[in-house]
Ligand binder design. Structure first.
Ligand code: ADP
Ligand code: MG
Length: 348
C-alpha cells in the first residue's frame, strides 16, 4: 500500500510546493451559506505526517467533519488552501467524481455496503475484472488483514456492528489508498470490539505505511490509537501534538478538559489551594491526593462508581474538585478530607 503517486495535478494553474507534510493546510477556511453564514473551519494551519495516525478531536459542531471534507475535496475552501504531496486538492469544480484519488473515506454508518451481498462480494466488487487471479488474491489479502476472512461467505446484514465496520474498512482499503479518512468510525462498535479493531488498524499502518486521519469526539479512542492529535474548538485548531504531550502539557483548558476531564481553576481558586498563579490552571483528577481528616477543609460531596475506580466530588466554599479513588477504599459522602495537589498545568 501507500505507493507514491508521482503526480496528482488536477488544477491546471497549480505548481507543486516542495517540502510540505503529506497533507498541508494553510489559512484554510470554509463558510456554509445557509440561511445564515456559518464558518465551520476558520483560518486553520496544519500538517499531517505520512504513515501515521492523526486524530482530529473536538466537541460536536467544532468543525471536524468539515475539515475532513476539505481534505478529501468534497468541499471547496472559502479561503486558504489544502495540499496533498504539495499539490492542491482537487474539488468538484476540478474533477467529475468527488474525492481525492489517493484517499478513501469511511463515514459513520454503513451507507456504502451492500447489506444483502456476501462480505467477499462487497470487497471484490471494488476491483476490476481485468485480472481475476489478482482480484481473488487482493480480496483475500484485504479480508485477512481485517481478520474477517472467516466471514467471507456471510451476508453483511447478518454481521454484528463491529464486523460490519471491518467490512467497510476492508472495502475502503482493497484498492490500496494512500490515506484512509475516518469520520467517527467506531461509534457503532461495542467497546470490547473497538479496542481490537483500533489495534488492528495500528498494525495495518505499521505493515503498509498507510496514513490514517480520524475524526473523533472520544478521548479514550484517540489517546490509544493516534500518533498525533489536532484539537478543534469553534472552527479553529487550538493545538496539535502527540497524545502524551497534549494530555500532560496541554496549553488550553479546553484540551485538558477534553482529554483528561481536568479540574479548571481560576487564579483565586488556585490560591485557596496554596498555588500561586496569574493564569487559569488545570489539575488532572488523578493528581488530586486526599486523606480523610476531621480537620480537613474539603467535604466529600458525591462518590461516582466508575468500575475499578471511583470519582469523588470534593468541595469547600471556594471550589469543587473531582478526584480519583483507586484502589477503592472505604470513604463515605460527608467525610472531611485534606487535599494535596501533586501536579498542575498552567494555561496561556
Ligand atoms: P463536527 O464534525 O465537529 O461535529 P461539523 O464540521 O459537522 O462539526 O460542523 C461545524 C459547523 O458547521 C456546525 O455549526 C454545523 O452546524 C455547520 N454545518 C455543517 N455542515 C453544514 C451544512 N451542510 N450546511 C450548513 N451548516 C453546516
Ligand atoms: Mg462530525
Amino acid at each position: 500500500m501507500a505507493q507514491q503517486t508521482s503526480s496528482c495535478q488536477y488544477v491546471p494553474t497549480d505548481q507543486q510546493r516542495i517540502g510540505l507534510p503529506l497533507i498541508n493546510g494553510e489559512n484554510l477556511s470554509h463558510t456554509f451559506h445557509a440561511h445564515q453564514d456559518i464558518t465551520a473551519v476558520n483560518t486553520v494551519d496544519f500538517g499531517i505526517t505520512e504513515g501515521k495516525i492523526t486524530a482530529i478531536i473536538g466537541e460536536s459542531g467544532s468543525g471536524k467533519s468539515t475539515l475532513l471534507k476539505l481534505i478529501y475535496g468534497l468541499l471547496e475552501p472559502s479561503s486558504g488552501e489544502v495540499r496533498y504531496r504539495g499539490w492542491l486538492i482537487p474539488t468538484r469544480k476540478d474533477k467529475l467524481i468527488p474525492g481525492h484519488p489517493a484517499m478513501k473515506l469511511v463515514s459513520q454508518g454503513f451507507d456504502d455496503l451492500n447489506l444483502y451481498a456476501k462480505v467477499w462480494d462487497n470487497i471484490a466488487s471494488q476491483l476490476p475484472n481485468t485480472d481475476l487471479a489478482l482480484k481473488e488474491s487482493k480480496t483475500r489479502e484485504t479480508l485477512d488483514r481485517l481478520k474477517i476472512l472467516h466471514l467471507a461467505q456471510q451476508r453483511v446484514a447478518d454481521l454484528s456492528g463491529g464486523e460490519k465496520q471491518r467490512v467497510a474498512i476492508a472495502r475502503a482499503l482493497v484498492n490500496e489508498p494512500e490515506v484512509l479518512l475516518m469520520d467517527e468510525p467506531f461509534n457503532q462498535v461495542d467497546a470490547a470490539f473497538r479496542d481490537a479493531l483500533q489495534q488492528d488498524m495500528r498494525q495495518i499502518v505499521e505493515d503498509t505505511g498507510l496514513t490514517i486521519l480520524l475524526v473523533s469526539h472520544d478521548p479514550t479512542e484517540v489517546l490509544a490509537m493516534a500518533d498525533e492529535l489536532i484539537v478543534m474548538k469553534d472552527a479553529r485548531i487550538i493545538e496539535q501534538g502527540s497524545p502524551t504531550k497534549l494530555y500532560y502539557e496541554p496549553t488550553h483548558s479546553y484540551t485538558a478538559q477534553l482529554l483528561a476531564k481536568s479540574n479548571i481553576l481560576s487564579p483565586d481558586q488556585a490560591t485557596s489551594l496554596g498555588i500561586s498563579s496569574k493564569q487559569t490552571i488545570g489539575i488532572h483528577q488523578e493528581d488530586v491526593d486526599f486523606k480523610e481528616n476531621p480537620q480537613g477543609t474539603f467535604l466529600v460531596k458525591d462518590i461516582r462508581f466508575r468500575g475499578f475506580y471511583e470519582e469523588l466530588v470534593l468541595n469547600n466554599e471556594q471550589l469543587t474538585l473531582h478526584a480519583i479513588l483507586h484502589p477503592l477504599a472505604d470513604i463515605s459522602i460527608g467525610s472531611k478530607v485534606t487535599v494535596d495537589i501533586k501536579r498542575y498545568v498552567t494555561f496561556e
